[in-house]
Design a protein around this ligand. Structure first.
Ligand SMILES: Cc1cc2nc3c(=O)[nH]c(=O)nc-3n(C[C@H](O)[C@H](O)[C@H](O)COP(=O)(O)OP(=O)(O)OC[C@H]3O[C@@H](n4cnc5c(N)ncnc54)[C@H](O)[C@@H]3O)c2cc1C
Length: 458
């Protein structure tokens, strides 16, 4: 390191500028007492939006009420303050368009940067590799061939596009197969009259079905998932009760006994008029502890047998979305099929998809013009075809948890491994350790705590 470099303020490189990277940068800018340089590199070019909040569709609403979406754990009303300065007369219980949330993140990032002139550099580019340099600092190489040397690096690379299931291998390159519905323009070439099969029936499917309907799609829409379960709806307005948890909750460590205990608890609450949604709200702060006290075998069983039920009850949709999707189903424009995907092959007019219908066990085939992968963000970290993750994993510089759901971090958000003295992580890959770590109310806490630890380390 040269004398001038040694005298320069420490450089923090934030890789990824979705919610997590933005939250980290905003906290760094607001809280760093001494001189600092912060560089954010984002491959999408859309700073401070990421996958979730980069959508322009008015059909895509937040699935958390506005009053709970502040960027700051200690200022819960901040998003509402921003909203109330916009047209729309928004209230805290409203489920507002996700694009507005992107505007909010963008605004808060630019304001934080303006308050500390010269500290933040925002760069479009993709970090392809990260290695330790000769002086001990970390060297990031970007896709334009440039390199950057950083004192600390925050990996906030977020959600990755869905994985193509092995059963779809024969159509992976077919023009009628949409591998990533979030890719800009992905839905543009779809023939409006052709039948479309949506693989998956969760929040991504709802987004895609409603967007196709908004664009005037006239052909039949079908959604296929193992159980055919759709996300439950939030209520329009609710005032969660302060509900005590069952005292013996943590005494029961096995998955089965815990499940039975929680079912009895929810039934007892229902008998007193308390909705199951409020029970889930009460469980949310202790979900990480519940997850961490399960054995790996029980976690695996949970993923196999219970996750679809957990996801549809825990990750609910806005009431307006549930209503709009219900209307599509009532009008016969959207059909939901419970069945197991078997395979797919190209046909002269499109794609033939075979599946076994749940319950009957009968094999059936659907021929569609377009098949859209709506299975949600990629789940298995090792399988994600991302150069940066791939090289870090291959070098043993980062590690996945036993089930491959996320990355292993130490208590202060440093990534376990040989780069732990300088490499931090926040984002949905915390799921492996906390399970409940993918939405804003949790990620903002993690981002704020990471910045505290990072600033202390400097
Ligand atoms: C469709 C959708 C809707 C959601 N809606 C809600 C909601 O309503 N409420 C809620 O609380 N939560 C919601 N979530 C949860 C969501 O995961 C979090 O709120 C949050 O957006 C995660 O942010 P992130 O920054 O970790 O990841 P992302 O938003 O995925 O951002 C990661 C960024 O990193 C960039 N990147 C990746 N790799 C590199 C690289 N090598 N070099 C440079 N840049 C890179 C990407 O381009 C991207 O911009 C939603 C999630 C999805 C997918």
């Amino acid at each position: 390191m040269s004398a001038s470099e040694a005298a320069a303020p420490p450089l923090i490189l934030v890789i990824g500028a979705g919610f997590s990277g933005t939250a980290v940068a905003v906290h760094l800018l607001a809280r760093a007492a001494g001189p600092l340089r912060v560089v954010m590199v984002n491959r999408s070019g859309e700073m401070a939006r990421g996958l979730a909040y980069g959508t322009a569709s008015p059909q895509h609403l937040l699935n958390v009420p506005a009053g709970r979406m502040s960027l700051f754990p200690d200022r819960p009303g901040d998003f509402l303050t921003f909203l109330q300065a916009q047209p729309g007369g928004w209230q805290g219980g409203d489920f507002v368009p996700r694009s507005l949330y992107g505007d909010y993140l963008h605004h808060r990032l630019q304001s934080a940067a303006a308050a500390r002139p010269g500290v933040l550099v925002q760069r479009v580019g993709m970090v392809r590799s990260l290695v330790r340099g000769g002086d001990g600092r970390l060297v990031a190489r970007l896709d334009d061939g440039s390199a950057m040397v950083a004192d600390r690096v925050v990996l906030s690379v977020g959600n990755h596009p869905p994985m193509t299931p092995a059963a779809l291998r024969a159509v992976a390159g077919h023009p009628g197969y949409v591998a990533d519905p979030w890719r800009s323009g992905a839905l543009d070439p779809i023939d409006q009259k052709a039948p479309v099969l949506l693989l998956g029936s969760g929040l991504t499917m709802l987004d895609v079905a409603l967007e196709l309907a908004r664009r005037g799609h006239q052909g039949p829409l079908m959604a296929l998932s193992r159980r055919g379960l759709l996300p439950q709806a939030h209520r329009d307005s609710h005032h969660p009760h302060d509900i005590p948890l069952p005292p013996e909750l943590f005494a029961q460590t096995g998955l089965g006994p815990r499940l039975r205990l929680l079912r009895r608890w929810i039934a007892a609450l229902a008998a007193t008029g308390i909705d199951w949604r409020d029970a889930l709200v009460a469980l949310r702060p202790v979900t990480p502890r519940l997850w961490q006290t399960l054995t790996t075998g029980d976690r695996r069983r949970f993923l196999h047998h219970l996750q679809p039920y957990w996801d549809t009850h825990r990750h609910r949709c806005a009431p307006a979305i549930a209503q709009a999707v219900g209307d599509l189903r009532d009008q016969g424009r959207l059909q939901v099929i419970a069945g197991r995907l078997q395979g797919a092959s190209p046909t002269p007019g499109g794609i033939a998809v075979s599946f076994i219908r749940r319950g009957s066990g009968i094999a059936e085939t659907l021929t569609v013009g377009t098949l859209i992968n709506c299975t949600g963000p990629a789940g298995q970290v090792q399988a994600i075809p991302d150069p940066l993750l791939h090289t870090l994993l291959a070098a043993g510089d980062i590690q996945t948890d036993a089930l491959g759901l996320g990355l292993v971090t130490l208590a202060d958000y440093r990534l376990a491994g040989p780069l732990a003295d300088r490499l931090y992580h926040v984002g949905p890959f915390l799921k492996g350790q906390f399970w409940e770590a993918t939405a804003v109310p949790e990620l903002r806490e993690h981002a704020a705590a990471l910045v505290t630890a990072l600033l202390q380390s400097l």
